[in-house]
Design a protein around this ligand. Structure first.
Ligand SMILES: C[C@](O)(CO)[C@H](O)COP(=O)(O)O
Length: 236
């Protein structure tokens, strides 16, 4: 039986930390091709040609604008309204997939705010999730990392070789992510990613090597980094 692959592209947030009057997905990050973050990421996932379905999760308030910007690919996409937190948005995406997905199908969850992810990383996620059931893209910490209860002074140094920074995609067999989220539905808001939920559910999550280029656009400085990279790429 061939396993299908579904992408959940998370544009559910309103970008409070971004400091702009609209959510960051509407910011033009590719000035040469005049593409917003939203258009850039969706086009990338469409071009990968790895998915049976691509689901765009976005805030209700911006659904019309999102659809308008993506009209070029509208027949290739499905749209789901996000929830109050990231994990509620993912849950809404999974609930939508219930109509299509089989237990063993693969769900690739990706932050809409990570435009520089490569096809290789996404492919590796799908391959490894077929084998392991649950994988997270991650990189090693290269700075020294400490733990602090108060946030004012260092309590403990954590050996950095043992610290992994989670990125996306995070990829799972449908039944694993669905059962894991169901099991903690009341406390979804306490989690910041899906790997944490699946780990809390007692299922092993395996690392896929990420990339330092796969940054999450959180602030306007991050946008400058991405824009510069895309401009350089265009000049090459
Ligand atoms: C999922 C994530 O990218 C893993 O590092 C991160 O937790 C997303 O955080 P955000 O608060 O949705 O930006």
């Amino acid at each position: 039986m061939s396993q299908k692959a579904y992408a959940l592209l998370m544009f559910g947030g309103v970008g409070a930390r971004f400091g702009w009057d609209k959510p960051k997905q509407f910011y033009v990050i590719d000035e040469i091709r005049r593409k917003t973050l939203l258009q850039f990421v969706v086009q990338k996932f469409v071009d990968f040609k790895l998915f049976d379905k691509i689901v765009v999760v976005c805030p209700e308030k911006y659904l019309d604008e999102t659809k308008k910007l993506l009209r070029e690919y509208i027949n290739l996409l499905d749209f789901v309204i996000g929830g109050d937190t990231r994990e509620h948005s993912v849950w809404n995406g999974l609930a939508f997939l219930e109509n299509f997905a089989s237990e063993e199908d693969i769900v690739v969850i990706h932050d809409g705010a990570r435009p520089l992810v490569s096809k290789e990383i996404v492919q590796k996620n799908i391959e490894c999730a077929k084998h392991y059931g649950a994988v997270v893209t991650a990189i090693n910490a290269t700075d020294t990392v400490s733990y602090s209860e108060s946030g004012e002074r260092v309590d403990e140094i954590i050996p950095r070789s043992k610290v992994f920074i989670h990125q996306t995609p995070q990829t799972f067999k449908y039944h694993i992510i669905k059962s894991a989220m169901e099991s903690c539905i009341e406390i979804l808001h306490t989690f910041t990613d899906e790997a944490s939920i699946v780990t809390a559910f007692g299922i092993d999550v395996y690392y896929i090597s990420g990339s330092r280029m796969n940054i999450k656009v959180t602030t306007l400085e991050d946008v400058i980094f991405v824009k510069r990279h895309l401009n350089d790429e265009h000049l090459d």
